[in-house]
Write a protein that binds this ligand. Structure first.
Ligand SMILES: Cc1ncc(C[n+]2csc(CCOP(=O)(O)OP(=O)(O)O)c2C)c(N)n1
Ligand SMILES: [Mg+2]
Length: 345
């Protein structure tokens, strides 16, 4: 890995860190429901922190891709969705499924391989889904879920349900063939699809500059004749307003939209990656731009809450998350017969 990284650095002459937007503040009034937005982000953050610690303790097997620092995107986007809408996402999709309303204990149960898990404990982190809330699939194949999202959009259009299909994807996925085919088809057929690129500036271990010849991924939308919006993905209120515009367009039959949400993953790519390839100072800059810290800061500055209230909100969510974890840990593994169930052929 080190050799590959050095070669990439040599090729692109990468010497500087990717920094967040200079302004960390959230502009204007906070919406009346800022507190549920904050609670939702804490729910995902605590969940993923617990998942990480279960891994480190050897209680959780396989691999996992965490998204600490990216919580504002699923919370902001899913907040403007309604029952019947669907989402698909990548292997980095715990937050996206939780934001659709998946219960915490069944989410833990899935990762722990328990019978009570969202998919009976047989999907794990890479196939994390909860069809009952519209989170119809995570996918380990980069871009593999994009045609599925287009399919969901086509079904909604065909059946006249008015539903919207959202696809969450990474910056790296915008370089894969399925992205082009999916955007193109969605645009040609004016499908109710919203493509949300979570631009965390890295692929598996490579910085975006090593794989992508442009900086603003939202401009890719122009090739498909669809609007491309760029948004600070660590500002939950801005994400929500941008998503609202895209979802309204989709529902009105005006076709797909591409949103590029600028963000950063605070952990390595997956469990085994210490992310030693990051330029010095980069992580620290983004920690100061953390979406949860920023919303709390905004609430404090506007005197909507005091530090103690925020601390107790955070502690209450942590209690819920840990109680859900403990329930899931007490559940049995699926029995052997379960391996023959849910098979397509
Ligand atoms: C088709 C395919 N090619 C390669 C991989 C290996 N791989 C897994 S994640 C990843 C990087 C994807 O980066 P990005 O789309 O930016 O998403 P992120 O992991 O940053 O959320 C790669 C190349 C894969 N899973 N599938
Ligand atoms: Mg990425």
């Amino acid at each position: 890995m080190a050799a590959r990284w050095l070669r990439l650095q040599g090729d692109v002459g990468l010497v500087t860190a990717v920094l967040p937007p200079a302004d960390h503040g959230i502009v204007g009034e906070l919406p009346a429901d800022w507190e549920p937005l904050l609670r939702g982000m804490w729910r995902i953050r605590h969940f993923e922190d617990e998942v990480r610690s279960l891994f480190l303790k050897g209680q959780l097997r396989g691999s996992t891709h965490l998204a600490q620092g990216q919580e504002a995107i699923p919370i902001g986007v899913c907040d403007v969705l309604r029952i019947g809408d669907t989402t698909t996402c990548t292997y980095r999709g715990h937050g996206e499924v939780l934001a659709m309303g998946a219960p915490l204990d069944r989410a833990f149960g899935e990762l722990l391989g328990r019978a009570g898990g969202l998919c009976g404990g047989k999907g794990g982190s890479m196939h994390f889904a909860d069809l009952s809330v519209g989170a119809i699939g995570s996918n380990a194949i980069v871009g593999g879920h994009l045609p599925m999202a287009v399919g969901a959009g086509l079904a909604a259009q065909h059946l006249g349900t008015g539903a919207v299909s959202v696809a969450f994807l990474g910056d790296g996925a915008t370089n894969i063939g399925a992205f082009h085919e999916s955007c193109n088809l969605a645009a040609v057929w004016r499908l109710p699809v919203v493509f949300v690129v979570e631009n965390n500036h890295y692929g598996e271990y490579s910085p975006m500059a090593a794989t992508t010849p442009i900086e603003r991924l939202a401009t890719r939308a122009a090739s498909y004749g669809m609007p491309g919006f760029y948004v600070d993905g660590n500002d939950v209120t801005a994400v929500r307003e941008t998503a609202r515009k895209a979802v309204e367009r989709a529902r009105a039959g005006e076709g797909p939209t591409l949103i590029e949400a600028d963000t950063y993953r605070q952990q390595g790519h997956s469990r085994s990656d210490p992310a030693a390839y990051r330029p010095p100072g980069e992580l620290e800059a983004w920690l100061a731009h953390d979406p949860i810290v920023r919303l709390e800061q905004a609430a404090l500055e506007r005197e909507l809450a005091g530090a103690e209230e925020l601390a107790s909100l955070r502690a209450a969510v942590l209690d819920d998350v840990r109680a859900a974890r403990d329930r899931a840990l007490s559940w049995p593994e699926p029995d052997l017969q379960a391996r023959f169930e849910d098979l397509y052929a």
